[in-house]
Design a protein around this ligand. Structure first.
Ligand SMILES: CC(C)(COP(=O)(O)OP(=O)(O)OC[C@H]1O[C@@H](n2cnc3c(N)ncnc32)[C@H](O)[C@@H]1OP(=O)(O)O)[C@@H](O)C(=O)NCCC(=O)NCCS
Length: 176
């Protein structure tokens, strides 16, 4: 592979000549870094416990992207017990310094290439109407997979305890 070239099917991707990003299953030690990345972004904040718990119980469906051992992106996802053909993306985040380089797209591709996702035919996420980057990410993923992206109502605004949370729309991508 030439310098700067990217192979989305492999475990590594060279984003700039001097550094290599790896895609791994998170370990317990990655939980705090995932939590920190979220705190520095517009994503909903949660306790550090939730990320550590995801690393403990859902590592097979979570991915951390690391550059020089630093977490620069991640996805936390799980397979809902009642829908074994769906992988539900809880959160995906990329460090501000790494955005716009295709990293989130590679993280999603890594996720669905896992052995744990062998029976998966759909990827689902919820997105707020104002999150254009996220909408573009999931629509691009559907385009790449040459499949549909069905947008529908999911979590209404009134479900959230304060007035500050927008509604969350479901993006159901598939079948692929
Ligand atoms: C959403 C996010 C994960 C995208 O990460 P990324 O690595 O920059 O995304 P990619 O480079 O793979 O780009 C994927 C698509 O999104 C588009 N995109 C990326 N940032 C964008 C922005 N700020 N506005 C509009 N489109 C954007 C890209 O152009 C690309 O689409 P295209 O191929 O049609 O041009 C990142 O912006 C982020 O971490 N945001 C804060 C957290 C968040 O909102 N997460 C999603 C909610 S679960």
């Amino acid at each position: 592979m030439m310098k700067g070239e990217v192979n989305i099917n492999s475990q590594t991707a060279t984003l700039k000549p001097s550094s290599t990003v790896t895609f791994e299953k998170p370990t317990l030690e990655d939980g705090a870094a995932m939590w920190e990345l979220v705190n520095n972004s517009t994503l909903d904040q949660n306790s550090a416990y939730k990320y550590i718990m995801m690393c403990e119980h859902f590592a097979e469906t979570c991915v951390v992207a690391k550059e020089d051992d630093k977490v620069v992106g991640f996805v936390t996802a799980f397979i809902p017990p009642e829908r074994q053909d769906v992988v539900f993306v809880w959160q995906i985040g990329v460090d501000a310094s790494q955005r716009g380089k295709g990293l989130a797209s590679k993280i999603l591709n890594e996720l669905i290439s896992r052995e744990a996702c062998r029976d998966i035919r759909f990827l689902q996420a919820t997105v707020t109407p104002s999150n254009k980057a996220s909408q573009s990410l999931f629509k691009r993923f559907a385009r790449e997979k040459q499949t549909k992206c069905e947008v529908s109502e999911c979590f209404k605004e009134e479900l959230f305890p304060s007035d500050e949370h927008e509604e969350e729309l479901s993006y159901l991508i598939g079948p692929f």
